[in-house]
Ligand binder design. Structure first.
Ligand code: CP
Length: 300
């Protein structure tokens, strides 16, 4: 690995625990002052979002603004030469040839981030890669848990919903081993991961009684061959006031977004349950992503 690409974040298996601690400390400092001195002024950073995003894309844009970095933004495929048949990989290589300080990419499984990172001379940050992983989301989630519950070690994170198709769930499985928290899944059978060693709850009430953090995922019904009634889903696995009675008063309610209100989470819960920290997750996303970019740019 060259010194220029050592700051790539493709997954959480290869991110050292010590570096995660450093990112969290930098995020703590940024929470007090987001305009810490940076070596970003006059530099560019490429933000290539080949798939839709609101939170991740705009938090990286905000982080760039705080750091004085100009974001070279590709937002979706329309309006770029992808429409003329240029490949995703060639698009990335051509943008990288303009010498940004880093490239942040969201795409489907059809782009091989690992092969691409080996060809680049700049760090590549995974901003959501197909079903494989969403490392910055898991980092901001754990940062949020640490902020509200004091520590991440020993927490019991129940991920409810479409874990089988979720890159967020995949990244939490990686991060849990590193930061010593437990992850369990709950949902209809065909939403659950297939690996046998993963802890699952078939009853939401049982899972919520176990959990210190309850995280709902977006139901991705478009991916399922066997359709599940949304009404049944809400009744059995939805975060409704009624269902959430099983969750401790001290626990956190989270969601990476976007939310299908009235399916995996009721609007009332989102707006009125004091355990809900979903908008704080979004605020912390800016801090974590800015901390990552600060490291890429050469630290504080
Ligand atoms: N959580 C998340 O990745 O949201 P966006 O798709 O809006 O970026």
């Amino acid at each position: 690995m060259s010194s220029r690409t050592q700051h790539s974040i493709l997954d959480l298996v290869s991110l050292e625990k010590e570096k995660i601690g450093r990112l969290f400390s930098t995020a703590d400092q940024l929470a007090l002052n987001p305009f810490l001195p940076s070596k970003g002024f006059g530099k560019t950073g490429a933000l290539l979002f080949f798939e839709a995003s609101t939170r991740t894309r705009m938090s990286f844009e905000t982080a760039c603004a705080h750091l004085g970095v100009y974001p070279m933004l590709l937002d979706g495929k329309s309006g770029s030469s992808l429409e003329k048949g240029e490949t995703l990989e060639d698009t990335v290589l051509n943008v990288a040839a303009m010498k940004p300080a880093f490239v942040v990419i969201r795409s489907g499984d059809d782009l091989d981030f690992k092969a691409l990172a080996a060809k680049l001379e700049i760090p590549l940050i995974n901003a959501g890669w197909g079903k494989k992983g969403h490392p910055t989301q898991a980092l901001l989630d754990t940062y949020t848990i640490r902020k509200h519950l004091g520590k991440i070690e020993g927490q019991k994170v129940l991920i409810v919903g479409d874990a089988r198709h979720s890159r967020v769930a995949a990244s939490h499985l990686e991060l849990a081993k590193k930061l010593n928290y437990e992850v369990a899944f709950c949902g209809p059978e065909n939403f659950l991961p297939e690996a046998s060693e993963i802890k699952v709850f078939h009853s939401l009430a049982d899972g919520l009684q176990w959990a210190t953090v309850a995280m709902a995922l977006r139901v991705q019904l478009e991916r399922h061959q066997v359709k599940y009634s949304l009404e049944d889903y809400r009744k059995n696995f939805g975060f409704t006031f009624e269902n959430l009675k099983a969750l401790s008063a001290d626990a956190l309610i989270m969601h990476p977004g976007p939310i299908n209100q009235g399916t995996e989470m009721d609007t009332d819960v989102l707006q009125k349950d004091s355990r809900c920290q979903i908008l704080d997750q979004v605020s912390n996303g800016v801090l974590i992503r800015q901390a990552i970019l600060l490291e890429v740019l050469g630290g504080l």
